[in-house]
Design a binder for this molecule. Sequence first.
Ligand code: TYM
Length: 372
Amino acid sequence: MKKESRKFTVTPWKIEGNIQEEDYAKLTKEFGTEPLTNELLERIKKHTGELHYLLRRKIFFSHRDLKWLLDEYEKGNKFFLYTGRGPSGNVHLGHLLPWILTKWLQDKFKAKLYFQMTDDEKFLVSQKLSLEETRNYAYENALDVIALGFKPELTKIIIDTENIKKLYPIALKVAKKLTFSTVKAVFGFDNATNVGMNFFTSIQSAPCFIENKPCLIPLGIDQDPHFRITRDIAPKLGFMKPALLHCKFAPGLGESGKMSASQPETAIFTTDSEKDVEFKIRNAFTGGRETIAKQKQLGGMPEKCTIYHYLLYFFEPDDKAMQEKFHACRMGQTYCGECKVKLAETINKFLREHQKKRELAKKQLGKFLMKD
Ligand code: TYM
């Protein structure tokens, strides 16, 4: 669905404008999804014993058919998980967001996961990347997925151009039900769009139909339009509609906008060096005042601060500690310089570990890749 409104556009290939917290309710309405309610969170908690901070904080904020999925689960119908990555470069922290929750869901529900690498898609949309390059990135990015700790016995990584034999018969069945007028309406394609892109949604739909079981897809809200199509087609193929759980966009380090690979200076990549991280964080936009005197007098503005947002989204899972940080900033008791130094240290600690696990993942890759 090409969604245009006063301030922003959200499609799987273009996110423009400054999406503010209050815009997510609008997106939910415009996309026709359901808000993630406390009642649903409580139902999840009944099965998991606790709630992940990304759920508690409503960073995952919207869904399709989660209630149905839980009904099925409670009847003894287990679900599988599905998510993915378009390998067009290195992975940044924003990409990790849906995968972090997916890993938690895998652990809590002992759910099988299909993880799709759409090297075909990124070749088709890119003006610059060759198919060999996107395929290489698929293998590189798979290391990041494995480094998050997914269970090899429950996880299958699908690389589209490698596993096409498995996907193609399913994609054909989807494609036969998908018209040009639908992809035009949903994605804004026109006569100049290459025919590969017109077909592509069929490939991204395919993992939903590998098994005729309930399926849950944690994903960024930008990917929802593909699955709106998939869900319309599912019953026509005799399959259940996949349920979706949408996350907000992790913000970049600039004054506005989401973390995006097209603005590398405002995104932290998993492959960044310590110096890169220190540099980017030093230049991050904060909610601080011009001088220390003003900060003391007026207090900071944590709600505008990217450092605060990085803690909220990634690095401070403790709600009480988060509240204390918010309060201290508001009261002018903390200063941007020290918050930046601490965050850079925290990110570098995480990246040192992650990069080590990424290296180890090279040996585990074979256990994760889907074999046709
Ligand atoms: P891609 O590579 O653009 O993004 C991978 C996942 O990361 C999410 N995402 C973000 N989430 C939070 N904050 C951000 N700043 C941010 N940037 C990206 C995306 O929504 C996505 O969930 N075509 C897909 C790959 C794919 C896929 C799937 C994704 C194939 N099958 C099933 C989700 C579910 C793509 O190019 O994702």
